[in-house]
Design a protein around this ligand. Structure first.
Ligand code: PEP
Ligand code: MG
Length: 593
């Protein structure tokens, strides 16, 4: 029953930008554009093609303007989204395919365009990688924008309505809609689609507006002006809550604001434990334009640059193109360092450029260094580009998916070949560039004593190490209960890898998601890890925890945890000390008081 004083409905979604908001609903409908299949004759079509090309140009101009606006109002990183959009419109394939199809089938240009966009979107949606899946939204957004210009449909008039304490609810929001939203005093954002890496999420985070995405079917159950609570820390939405819930969340919101202030206060501070152990906090990044986050987030460097996204496009980037990107990053963060991981293609990441037969188990198949060693020219091109960019001496090379010493030495030989070719052409590079490996396959962990004699550094990739050790697909939600970083086998492997690295005097860091999860900071510090590479948005929280800890105490907690043989006992013990230690530090914990 619907009515005041009754919690109408509680919805769950994905927390995209943390915070708590209380406000009034502004539902925005009508973002989809359905284009019917209409037959047209040749003359009509040629006319449509001219108008279509004009609409594409108009859209580019519009996007340029939005980009400048976002750059000035929000930041360079966020504005880069629009570069990708503009690039898409510059792709002759998209425009040519649209025109070709319309001519071949004698259908209207808008229909042909919407079909071309839909096919592309579907291709991306089918990929299992979350980041790429979310790129499907970009394509759809650009498509809708062009269609709006072509058809002369005006953009979301609802957004121009202003009232106080607005919470926007929509099926999806275009980045340019987000730009409009950023102008108003919006309290929160809820969308029915999208994931953590979608643009709504990325932009909501930089606007510091609480947002929950991926909330199915909420639009049809909310009316304009309904009271809405967003608990974006826990991905929860309340529509028309009762008085107690409102009071409870007003108090939570007050505490959360205090918490955020306490995080801001340490932005310029060091990540050092109370007993003086300095922890290097790096960031992981996927796109070149994210490099200046090192500076804005006061990180110590880039611990993992996942280069595979450079290769997920129609035409592979040339050595020169790659060189420019690596050079840009190295210059942007100098004198801080960047670890460039050679392409970890395969698995769930697009390899259409390479003729590889379909695999039953792609994660156990042609992936990472295996693929690079097979396609040597491709590998060498990347290595040469990295080497050429290394003249500032702040680049390190890292190989993914190394299973043992043979593979590592083979890969190093190719680095030598690349170096020789550059020397022969008189090209400068860092002669002493460090070469390290991801330790993410159990076999590598088990021979890490030997690998440490040949590698300049290790970086532990827990995302894969856990999946391969426990034989649990990292993306399988049904099995996620088994994917446990606190499994005794994982603790033993971590200890082994770290000790073996230290015994040989090489650096060891962790760049898997475990490093950025505040629940494991005590464990990782206690295991004597002193470099953590995390998502930029985790930096402050992890730093805050580190500054509250004593290394000596963390060591004791690890020793105690490792006395247990089963996951449940480890968890019972670890979770209880962890929540005790973090209760006045981490919001989630003092929330549970
Ligand atoms: C990992 O496996 O932990 C890792 C950082 O690499 P990716 O997530 O790119 O496989
Ligand atoms: Mg990995």
């Amino acid at each position: 029953m619907r009515g005041k004083g009754v919690i109408l409905k509680i919805y769950d979604g994905v927390s995209a930008s943390s915070g708590i908001a209380i406000g009034h609903a502004l539902p925005i409908h009508g973002f989809g554009l359905n284009v019917p299949r209409i037959k047209v004759d040749d003359d009509e079509l040629e006319n449509e093609i001219l108008l279509f090309k004009k609409a594409v140009e108009e859209t580019k101009e519009e996007l340029e303007n939005v980009k400048t606006k976002i750059k000035n109002d929000i930041g360079v990183e966020e504005s880069a989204i629009f570069d990708a959009h503009i690039m898409l419109l510059d792709d002759p394939n998209l425009i040519e395919k649209t025109i070709e199809r319309a001519r071949n089938e004698n259908v209207s240009i808008d229909y042909s365009f919407s079909e071309t966009i839909s096919n592309l979107v579907e291709k991306f949606r089918d990929l299992s990688d979350d980041y790429l899946k979310d790129r499907a939204n970009d394509i759809q957004d650009v498509g809708k924008r062009v269609l709006r210009n072509y058809l002369g449909v005006s953009i979301s008039p609802e957004l121009s309505k202003t009232s106080k304490d607005i919470i926007v609810l929509a099926h999806n929001l275009l980045p340019s809609d987000m730009a409009e939203i950023s102008e108003k005093e919006i309290k929160g954002i809820i969308t029915e689609v999208g994931g953590e890496t979608s643009h709504v999420a990325i932009m909501a985070r930089s606007m510091e507006v609480p947002a929950v995405v991926g909330v199915s079917d909420i639009l049809s159950n909310v009316s304009p002006n309904d009271l809405v609570i967003i608990d974006a820390n826990n991905g929860k939405i309340f529509i028309e809550p009762d008085k107690e819930t409102i009071k409870e969340y007003q108090e939570k919101r007050r505490k959360y604001v205090e918490y955020v202030k306490s995080l801001e206060r340490i932005r310029n501070e060091e990540a050092v434990t109370r007993d003086g152990k300095k922890i290097k906090l790096d960031i992981n990044m996927e796109l070149a334009n994210e490099a200046d986050m090192v500076n804005s987030h006061k990180a110590d460097g880039i611990g993992l640059f996942r280069t595979e996204y450079l290769f997920m496009r129609e035409i592979l980037p040339s050595e020169d193109e790659q060189f420019e990107i690596y050079k840009y990053i190295a210059q942007m963060i100098y004198p801080k360092e960047v670890v460039i991981r050679t392409a970890d293609l395969g698995g769930d990441k697009f390899v259409s450029h390479f003729k590889i037969p379909e695999e039953m188990n792609p994660f156990l198949g042609f992936r990472g260094i295996r693929l690079s060693l097979e396609f040597e020219e491709f590998f060498k091109t990347q290595l040469k580009a990295i080497l050429r960019a290394s003249t500032l001496k702040n680049i390190k090379i890292m190989f993914p998916m190394i299973s043992g010493i043979d593979e590592f030495l083979e890969a190093k030989d190719i680095v030598e070949e690349a170096k020789n070719e550059l020397r022969d052409s008189g090209v400068e590079f860092d002669e002493n560039i460090d070469i390290g490996i991801m330790v993410e396959i159990p076999s590598a962990a088990l021979v890490s004593d030997v690998l440490a004699k040949h590698a300049d550094f290790f970086s532990i990739g827990t995302n894969d190490l856990i999946q391969y050790t426990l034989a649990v697909d990292r993306g399988n939600k049904q099995l996620s209960y088994l994917y446990d970083p606190l499994h005794p086998s994982i603790l033993r492997l971590l200890k082994m890898i770290i000790n073996n690295a230290h015994n040989e005097g090489i650096e060891v860091s962790m760049c898997g998601n475990m490093a950025g999860n505040p629940n494991f900071t005590i464990l990782l510090i206690g295991l004597n890890l002193s470099i953590l590479s995390v998502a930029p948005s985790n930096i402050l929280e992890i730093k805050k925890i580190i500054r509250e800890l004593s290394y000596e105490e963390c060591k004791k907690i690890v020793d105690e945890s490792m006395k247990y043989n089963d996951v449940k006992s480890i968890k019972d013990y670890y979770d209880s000390v962890n929540s005790e230690k973090l209760k006045n530090v981490l919001f989630d914990y003092f929330e549970k008081e």
